[in-house]
Write a protein that binds this ligand. Structure first.
Ligand code: DOR
Ligand code: ZN
Length: 346
């Protein structure tokens, strides 16, 4: 008997689309299955102002192939010079759905991020007042802190103090990778949500390092021990509305990944829904997939769920391209390391 599952069209609550030729190449990979995406602003230069977001939105819509529909939800990159009035205008226009906090130096193109969190308190106040969510890259940048501990330390040192100072601020813990992140998100009440990536449900740190270094599994926050991956799987498949998918699909061309100093990012846009169906089936939680992929995110952001649906069908292994070609070079698609039996129809 054929097994099928029809769910509301999913959204991606954390997505890197880049710009130019890479944008053109990767956008259809997401738009094929997803209705909306929270678009990360870490371009060079970053998307800081309302005007930057309007221009970037225009370039994304221009890159969308005829006949495809996709709604990019724009995000402003928080700097110490961001102006509360610009943020308020961007929100009031309906274009901007979140502001992104990158601790300066934490990850790709985060040099313009925040060093002194007290300098952005007025922005947080304004955001709390107007109900605009803050998306947080939750890692400290302190060189004294081991890279595998940076998320847990960030929660204690940075995130919890911000949330205590601004209890009305709506916060999304982006791409959580630890049990500490899961526990903190769960305890945070209605103003706190958390995204979980596809790849952090599938790989742990051994996948990156055992049997040779695997640059295509290197991302930030870096994948942790197995016990953390299991905590993420439990959270994602639990039905708890705190958790929703944010793929953090982050394209870099192969020469930039396969290098002596390779870029961080897993490119999962192409096969995410098939990967998630496999994970949720393994956890006997296929009935929770729609909540995680299509309902919990819109509910957190105060948006309606998509009206359209997608249908997942189980059968012979589905093949996806190993790489997406761009004029800047090939981009390797995430390899989950197991066959994908669930195909997606829109
Ligand atoms: O792995 C990552 N890649 N993590 C990030 O935080 C940034 C992203 C990127 O922009 O490539
Ligand atoms: Zn990201």
């Amino acid at each position: 008997m054929t097994q099928t599952l029809t769910i509301r069209r999913p959204d991606d609550w954390h997505l890197h689309l880049r710009d130019g030729e890479v944008l053109k190449a990767v956008l259809p990979e997401t738009a094929r299955h997803f209705g909306r995406g929270i678009i990360m602003p870490n371009l060079v230069p970053p998307v800081v102002t309302h005007e930057d977001a309007q221009a970037y939105h225009g370039r994304i819509m221009e890159a969308l192939p005829e006949g495809m529909s996709f709604d990019p939800l724009m995000v402003l990159y928080l700097t110490e010079d961001t102006e509360p009035e610009d943020v308020a205008r961007a929100h009031a226009s309906g274009l901007v759905k979140a502001v992104k906090l990158y601790p300066a130096g934490a990850t790709t193109n985060s040099a313009s991020g925040v060093q002194d969190f007290t300098k952005v308190a007025a922005i947080f106040e304004k955001m709390a007042e107007i109900g605009l969510p803050l998306c947080v890259h939750g890692e400290v940048t302190d060189n004294e802190v081991d890279i595998f501990d940076r998320e847990a330390v960030f929660i204690d040192r940075v995130l919890d103090p911000i949330r205590r100072a601004h209890p009305e601020l709506r916060v999304v813990m982006e791409h959580i990778t630890t049990k500490n992140g899961v526990d903190y998100a769960r305890s945070g009440g209605d103003n706190l949500g958390a995204t979980i990536t596809t790849h952090h449900l599938i790989i742990n740190r051994n996948h990156i390092l055992v049997g040779g270094i695997k640059p295509h599994y290197y991302c930030l926050p870096v994948a942790k021990r197995e016990e953390h991956r299991l905590a993420l799987r439990e959270a994602a498949t639990s039905g708890d509305a705190t958790f929703f998918v944010g793929t953090d699909s982050a394209p870099h061309t192969d020469p930039n990944k396969e290098s002596a100093c390779g870029c961080a990012g897993c490119f999962t846009a192409t096969n995410t829904m098939s990967c998630l169906a496999e994970v949720f089936e393994e956890e006997n939680a296929l009935d929770k997939l729609e909540g995680f992929a299509s309902l919990n995110g819109p509910a957190f952001y105060g948006l309606p769920a998509n009206e359209a649906t997608i249908t997942l069908t189980k059968g012979d292994p589905v093949s996806y391209p190993a790489k997406i070609d761009t004029t800047d070079g090939p981009i390797t698609v995430f390899d989950p390391g197991f066959p994908l039996h669930w195909s997606v129809e829109v």
